[in-house]
Each structure stands twice: as structure tokens, then as C-alpha cells.
Ligand binder design. Structure first.
Ligand SMILES: N[C@@H](CCC(=O)N[C@@H](CS)C(=O)NCC(=O)O)C(=O)O
Length: 195
């Protein structure tokens, strides 16, 4: 299995984290972003969106971290990380939706602006990011995990850019349940360090 990612990509990291939690060997290929490798062939033939992560497994190519997480969880994780029961699957995926909305367009994009890699309104991103953090905090106040009372791809998807919120100049101190959840994820067997 090959995971195409780049240095510092939280989305690539999510997939690497799940593979590590599952103790699943894979080859990590670093795409040269400064050199623009993701914007030209052959990479654009793997992902027409010119983004990492991309996963290649047994001749199948998948792009977008959520699709990669769902694939790895179902193919190699049994019922544990993304169950096949429709209600349980829905419960997990609603949190993956938070990762793809408030966390990506709020915390991830806000971090990009704060670090000078992206243009746009930092305040608008920060506002959206805080909205996401409030939703996580409300859930995690009374629950150790985002869904099903155990770690699932919901936690994996939401973790990296939430943990990196301080790098986006968004303090986590007002969200103590989120901070405790971050520490909980970091003690899972097979946890892969986030840079
Ligand atoms: N929704 C996508 C977002 C992927 C994404 O934003 N990837 C970034 C790296 S973390 C990227 O490749 N950016 C390059 C670009 O958009 O040109 C996912 O979850 O995979």
C-alpha cells in the first residue's frame, strides 16, 4: 500500500495515523509541494484535485482523507473503526463531516493564513474553527470519544487540525474537554506522533 502525502499535511497524517493504529505496513511517498509536483502529471492522474492524501492499494487509487479513512477502516479494521451498522456508521460520519467543514475551512485554513501559506480572512476562519471547537467541547464534556463510546475514524479525522489549533493562534484553553480528548488519543496503542 502506498500513501502519498507531504511534509506537514494533517490530512495525510490522518491516514498514516489510522494505518499505524491498525499496525498496517505501508510505503509513504512524499510529494514535492514546493516543486509543484502535485499540480502536474503523473500526480494529477492520481488525484485531479491536486491534493494529498492519495492512497494506492491493490491497484485501487483513492483521494481525500475521509475516503481513505473509510476504506482503510472497513478493509483492515473490521467493525471497530467504522461499523457497517447504518445507525452507527451515520454517527461516525457526522463527526467526519465536522472534520471536513468547520475543522478544515476553519482551523486548517486559519493555520495556513497564520503561517503565510494561504490568503483569506483569518478572522472568518477562526470564527468557523471556534464554532467547530464548541461542538466538539459540548460532545466531549460527557463522552470520552466522539462516537460510539470508543475510538473511531471520527476521532482520527478531527484530531490533527484540532490539536494544531494553537499553531493557528487559536488557544485550546477554553476547551478543556477537547484538550483531555487530544491527550486520550495520544495514548492509544500505535499512536503516531503529530508534528
Ligand atoms: N478534503 C481534503 C483536503 C485535502 C487537503 O487540503 N490537502 C492539502 C494538504 S493538507 C493539499 O493537498 N493542498 C494542496 C492544494 O490544495 O493545492 C482531504 O481531507 O483530503
Amino acid at each position: 500500500m502506498k500513501l502519498y502525502t507531504t511534509k506537514g499535511s494533517g490530512n495525510g497524517y490522518k491516514v498514516a495515523l489510522l494505518l499505524s493504529l491498525l499496525n498496517k505496513a505501508h510505503e509513504r511517498i512524499i510529494v514535492d509541494f514546493p516543486g509543484g509536483e502535485h499540480k502536474r502529471k503523473p500526480f494529477t492522474e492520481l488525484n485531479p484535485r491536486s491534493q494529498v492524501p492519495v492512497l494506492e492499494d491493490n491497484g485501487r487509487v483513492l483521494w481525500d482523507s475521509s475516503a481513505c479513512l473509510a476504506y482503510v477502516a472497513r478493509k483492515y479494521g473490521g467493525e471497530r473503526w467504522l461499523p457497517s451498522d447504518p445507525g452507527q456508521m451515520g454517527e461516525v460520519l457526522q463527526w467526519v463531516a465536522v472534520a471536513l467543514n468547520e475543522i478544515q475551512f476553519g482551523l486548517q485554513y486559519g493555520r495556513g493564513i497564520a503561517q503565510g501559506r494561504r490568503s483569506g480572512s483569518f478572522e472568518e476562519c477562526a470564527e468557523l474553527g471556534r464554532k467547530g471547537l464548541n461542538v466538539l467541547e459540548a460532545r466531549l464534556k460527557n463522552n470520552d470519544w466522539l462516537a460510539l463510546g470508543r475510538p473511531t475514524i471520527a476521532d482520527v479525522a478531527c484530531y490533527p487540525y484540532t490539536a494544531r489549533a494553537p499553531q493557528a493562534n487559536i488557544a485550546l484553553a477554553p476547551y478543556p474537554a477537547v484538550v483531555a480528548w487530544i491527550r486520550r488519543i495520544e495514548t492509544l496503542p500505535g499512536y503516531l506522533r503529530l508534528d
